[in-house]
Design a protein. Structure first.
Length: 169
């Protein structure tokens, strides 16, 4: 994909518009294929991680932030459909992140803020968020609310300062 886009840029710069268009289309085709494969991998990872979990417990390990958010939204809706009042999200502690700082946890916490849902760290495992589903908003309502999204670095910094507590922002 990257090679096709780079070659397209070079062809365009050299004045070969037809070749640039062909290469750009090839790059977009590779991009679509990459996205499709990433989605399939995300579904497989999620299914594998959660095959032995009960309803109301969701393991988000191994997912990119955007994938974890997508699966969390879907699982919140499923939990609400079942009438659950609580969901446990296994977000990890950031031990496997490149910086050693959690990235999924702050993103999921931002999502809970958008839904106006209270969450707390599991006292026995700080890699688990316990989310209360009562009093929240639907996915459509949360997206339409336009709640401010905080920078993940600021959230991580606040989490480091207040180790062991869950910050509702």
């Amino acid at each position: 994909m990257g090679r096709a886009f780079e070659e397209a840029r070079r062809a365009y710069a050299a004045g070969d518009g037809k070749r640039a268009k062909e290469l750009s289309n090839k790059g977009r085709e590779h991009e679509r294929e990459r996205n499709q494969l990433n989605n399939q991998a995300s579904e497989l990872i999620f299914r594998e991680n959660n095959q032995n979990k009960g309803p109301g417990e969701v393991d988000l390990h191994g997912l990119r932030v955007d994938e974890a958010v997508k699966h969390t939204e879907r699982e919140i809706q499923a939990a609400r459909s079942r009438g659950d009042t609580e969901i446990r999200l296994i977000v990890g502690k950031g031990l496997h992140s490149s910086s050693g700082v959690p990235v999924v946890k702050p993103a999921v916490q931002r999502l809970m803020k958008q839904y106006n849902l209270a969450c707390a760290l599991d006292p026995d495992n700080t890699g688990v968020l316990i989310v209360q589903l009562e009093g929240g908003h639907s996915v459509k309502e949360a997206r339409g609310r336009g709640a401010p999204v905080l920078d993940p670095d600021n959230i991580s910094h606040e989490l480091e300062k207040r180790e062991g507590s869950c910050i509702i922002m």
